[in-house]
Design a protein around this ligand. Structure first.
Ligand SMILES: C[S@@+](CC[C@H](N)C(=O)[O-])C[C@H]1O[C@@H](n2cnc3c(N)ncnc32)[C@H](O)[C@@H]1O
Length: 271
């Protein structure tokens, strides 16, 4: 595991206690993903894997939607997993999405809200495909390339360090899924804008939910009053009439199916 990967894990692990309190965007994304899932999947999946389950926010709703299903709630942050609600049909697992600790071809549905943006998309999609039964389906959300463009713009006027995570375009995720042999691939995106009282709150919210940049080139010091002032000035063109600071998130949805005739053989990635 790389240093960045360890830092992401540690960051989420430490964020577990405050996660639900601050994760407004994640909750909104979760509700939208659950709605799409309900519209798409009318028959109950036997085995659901909630990958990157966090505190298990999705668990009660998944059980309400599919009362007969078995659920594995999996996340690599032990403190998150410890918060998953207990239920006879729910098992928890501390496992990394890059090497998921589930049997091959064991899941009918892989559900994942806002985890994949922290991961190597190709490895995780291959793992999801391995975990799915032939004909099984994945529904996930991740962050798109336009996410936090205001903050990126504000920082770009100060230095060229990567203060905000880089996210990939929706079309690239769809393309990757198809090259990995998924079918019925649908990827689209929508924008959600949140507003904050000041630029420090924008940055703090990212940190509270473990979403701050952990790239090794990141700026490591505390923000000085001078930097805060500069960031605030550079944010000016985006501020609303009432002076609030908007932060735009591009929410990417991916829905894809493992072919019913997939034999589970090692993948030859189509170029
Ligand atoms: C933004 S939270 C979303 C949690 C949950 N899905 C929800 O909707 O509330 C992202 C979660 O993904 C987990 N995560 C990130 N990278 C992961 C990885 N490589 N393997 C497993 N879990 C991971 C984090 O620990 C965190 O709990």
């Amino acid at each position: 595991m790389s240093l960045e990967h360890h830092l992401i894990q540690a960051s989420f692990d430490q964020a577990a206690d405050q996660y639900e309190q601050h994760a407004v965007l994640q909750k909104e994304s979760l509700l939208r993903l659950l709605e799409r899932l309900g519209d798409d999947l009318k028959t109950a999946p036997g085995q659901i894997l909630d990958l990157g389950c966090g505190t298990g926010w999705a668990v009660p709703e998944l059980l309400r939607m599919y009362p007969e299903s078995q659920l594995i709630a999996a996340d690599f942050a032990p403190s998150m997993v410890a918060k998953v609600p207990e239920h006879p049909q729910v098992t928890t697992r501390v496992t990394d999405a890059h090497a998921i600790d589930v049997h091959a071809q064991s899941c009918d549905l892989v559900f994942s809200n806002l985890m994949m943006q922290w991961c190597d998309e190709s490895t995780v999609l291959q793992e999801i495909k391995r975990a799915l039964k032939p004909g099984g389906i994945v529904h996930l959300t991740t962050m798109g390339e336009h996410t936090l463009h205001e903050l990126k713009h504000a920082w770009a006027g100060i230095d060229d360090k990567p203060h905000v995570n880089q996210f990939v375009p929706a079309a690239q995720i769809a393309d990757l899924a198809m090259r990995l042999g998924f079918e019925d691939v649908i990827a689209d995106s929508e924008f959600i804008t949140m507003t904050y009282a000041n630029v420090v709150d924008v940055m703090r919210d990212l940190k509270n939910i473990g979403a701050h940049n952990v790239d090794h080139n990141r700026h490591k010091g505390l923000m000085s009053a001078k930097v805060i002032k500069q960031l605030t000035q550079n944010y000016a063109e985006f501020r609303s009439e009432d002076g609030l600071f908007p932060a735009t998130y591009e929410l990417v949805y991916l829905r894809a199916r493992k072919p019913a005739d997939d034999k589970g053989l090692p993948l030859k990635i189509k170029s």
